[in-house]
Design a protein around this ligand. Structure first.
Ligand SMILES: NC(=O)c1ccc[n+]([C@@H]2O[C@H](COP(=O)([O-])OP(=O)(O)OC[C@H]3O[C@@H](n4cnc5c(N)ncnc54)[C@H](OP(=O)(O)O)[C@@H]3O)[C@@H](O)[C@H]2O)c1
Length: 302
């Protein structure tokens, strides 16, 4: 399935739209807005018997724009916490579900803006977690033995997609992985088979709104037990180098597995913004490559 990208929306037109949509927006018609629902504007108008300098009076226009409430599965993880942080900064209500940790151990202002739940996705109280959710963003995935990888990358996400669908959540965003043009015997590992099963589930249960992001290596500052591992020190220059060298390395792309060396890493902030872009815009669905993730992030930034 191909990816559908939303047009970029400049702030002024967003504001105009927000005012135009001043009645309750109940359908998920694109685009929905990450902007405050109360807008104050200056307006000039003619009123008899009032002195001239009162011609510019601030009035309040209440625009009852639908707010987003997202559930991030794995919100304490490396990618999940970046998504929670980005969502909170855009005024989205965020609920996170993670297995052991529940809430991050470090303090940061955005941490207090998220509702943290601890629990295993296989036994989650979905009625409570998904109540009122407008999207689920899943970062569930990881490594281990074959069975563990099939379970966390595949089954855990399949359970989550089913729960979201059953509870009427209109959008599901899955953080998956690039296939690195690996030979098929390597793609048959539990990690990749799990990922692709989860992708199929998202795309079949959400054919017109499901989103699959396929990043390669993700860099940023990974926090582990109070320590910060600055993966960006290597990731960022490597991304720049590989993007700049793309024209020269393209002929090598046909060599199986060459993507392991040649696919550019992507920043965790770009993955987070691409996920938020997916939450906001109904016309953003399908499978997104590394390059499309970067483009989607740039659109939300602009
Ligand atoms: N990092 C990369 O370079 C990279 C590259 C490409 C794709 N990806 C994909 O991106 C996703 C996120 O990666 P990440 O590096 O952020 O992983 P991570 O740091 O290990 O985060 C995974 C999160 O999922 C939670 N989790 C795991 N099993 C769960 C379960 N059964 N129920 C509830 N929560 C559960 C974990 O919570 P607990 O800690 O409490 O278990 C944690 O919060 C993964 O799907 C990964 O395959 C990552």
């Amino acid at each position: 399935m191909s990816a559908f990208l939303c047009p970029s929306v400049p702030p002024a037109s967003v504001l105009r739209n927000a005012i135009r949509h001043s009645r309750s927006v109940t359908s998920r018609s694109p685009p929905r807005h990450p902007y405050p629902s109360r807008i104050s504007i200056n307006n000039s108008y003619a009123v008899p018997n009032i002195s001239e300098d009162s011609s510019s009076v601030p009035i309040d226009v209440v625009a009852d724009v639908k707010t987003e409430r997202i559930v991030v599965l794995g919100g304490t993880g490396f990618v999940g916490s970046a998504i929670c942080k980005a969502a909170a900064s855009k005024g989205i209500e965020v609920v996170s579900l993670s297995r052991w940790s529940g809430k991050p151990s470090y303090a940061d202002p955005w941490v207090d803006q998220v509702t943290w739940k601890a629990g295993d996705v296989f036994y989650a109280p979905w009625d409570e977690i998904l109540a009122g959710a407008t999207a689920v963003v899943s970062t569930l995935g990881g490594f281990g033995n074959e069975e563990q990888m099939k379970q966390i990358n595949g089954e855990a996400n399949i359970v989550a997609v089913g729960a979201a669908k059953d509870h009427g959540v209109p959008k599901f965003v899955l953080i998956s992985v690039h296939d690195y043009n690996l030979p098929s015997f390597l793609l048959s590992s539990g990690y990749f088979t799990g990922k692709r099963k989860a992708e199929s589930e998202v795309l079949s249960k959400y054919p017109a709104s499901g989103v699959v992001l396929r990043p390669a290596l993700i860099y940023g500052k990974r926090k582990i037990d109070g320590f910060e591992i600055p993966l960006d020190l290597i990731g960022r220059p490597l991304e720049r180098f590989l993007l700049a060298a793309e024209n020269f390395t393209r002929p090598l792309n046909s060599i199986p597995g060459s993507d392991l060396l040649l696919s550019p890493p992507v920043s965790v902030d770009d993955v987070a913004l691409a996920a938020i872009n997916a939450v906001f815009y109904d016309n953003f669905f399908g499978v997104f490559t590394i390059e499309q993730i970067r483009e989607a992030a740039a659109k939300l930034r602009s």
